[in-house]
Design a binder for this molecule. Structure first.
Ligand SMILES: Cc1ncc(COP(=O)(O)O)c(C=O)c1O
Length: 300
């Protein structure tokens, strides 16, 4: 069949990569390159694992009739996450990026505000803030942990000049936690909220506390490349019930509690579906074993 031609009705056909440009990675489904020596030619950074209970959990959720992003399954997943992380309040979300976006909204981020984060991260840490008109300030990471260097925050100098950031967003990376024991007291002294991007480190601990604990808010991701995956999903966690109540309100289109549709502000459709929560509930019991396996690999 000849290749499809653009028509007035369809408009231009976009191709990726554009004709003439080489692909950077093989098309989906193509066989992995063969190893030529002792090491495999390609190692996946973090492929998803299935624990075995996911199908049964999905079937039970479908049978229950609760498919919407509400009801007992997301609530049970939130309770299990609170148990796993030690946070008192958790909201399950459609993605880690959604959790960060809700976090920025709860902190009242506005156009022109500055947000400090680390240079070594994924774009989703800061993308929602940039979309809200904030200015990102990227600070270098510590050599040992690859996470935000607290010594570079310079809040005292910024405070004296009346130019404090609206939020500090340390990023936990590859199981390494940002030094919240240094960052949080410093930020508290200057009244700057801390939103921890702990998207990739569920199960990681530092000084006996789960990643993100100590920050006012922490965001987690359950994307396909995460240690616990729901296929796609996330969570926002806090010890402050008011912050999570506000995030829950915004995640559910900011609907006011009325018989009709009433809104005092605009929100998002960011709640996690019951089916994804069911997969997460089936995955969570495997977390401890997976953390132990990664620690064993690191120790080799
Ligand atoms: C550091 C970091 N922040 C945020 C995100 C965004 O999470 P999600 O993909 O669930 O939106 C990711 C996910 O890959 C991440 O690694």
């Amino acid at each position: 069949m000849p290749p499809a031609q653009p028509t007035a009705a369809t408009g231009p056909i976009l191709r990726f990569p554009p004709p003439g440009r080489p692909r950077l990675d093989p098309p989906l489904g193509s066989p992995l390159p063969r190893s030529s020596g002792l090491l495999p030619a390609r190692l996946a950074l973090s492929p998803p694992h299935l624990g075995g209970g996911e199908l049964a959990a999905l079937r039970a959720t479908l049978d229950s009739g609760w498919i919407a992003p509400a009801g007992p399954t997301p609530a049970a997943f939130e309770a299990a996450l609170a148990e796993a992380t030690g946070f008192l309040h958790v909201l399950a979300t459609a993605s880690g990026t959604a959790a960060l976006h809700l976090g920025y909204r709860c902190l009242g981020l506005a156009a022109g505000d500055e947000v400090c984060t680390s240079t070594l991260t994924f774009v989703a840490t800061i993308a929602p803030a940039v979309q809200m008109g904030a200015r990102p300030r990227f600070l270098d990471v510590e050599r040992e942990s690859w996470t935000l260097d607290p010594g570079l925050l310079e809040l005292e100098r910024a405070g004296r000049r009346g130019k404090l950031p609206r939020a500090v967003v340390p990023v936990d990376l590859f199981g390494q936690c940002a030094d919240l024991a240094a960052i949080v007291p410093l930020c508290e002294r200057w009244g700057v909220p801390v939103l921890s991007d702990s998207a990739g480190v569920l199960g990681a601990t530092q000084r006996g506390r789960h990643a993100g604990r100590g920050a006012g808010l922490a965001a987690f991701s359950f994307n396909g490349n995460k240690i616990v995956t729901t296929g796609g999903g996330g969570a926002l966690a806090s010890d402050d019930p008011a912050l999570i109540a506000e995030a829950r309100h915004l995640a559910n289109q900011a609907k006011e509690p009325a018989a009709h549709y009433q809104h005092e502000t605009t929100g998002f459709s960011y709640s996690m579906s019951s089916m994804l929560a069911a997969i997460g509930l089936a995955q969570l019991p495997t977390l401890e074993g997976r953390v132990a396996a990664r620690r064993a690999v690191f120790a080799r």
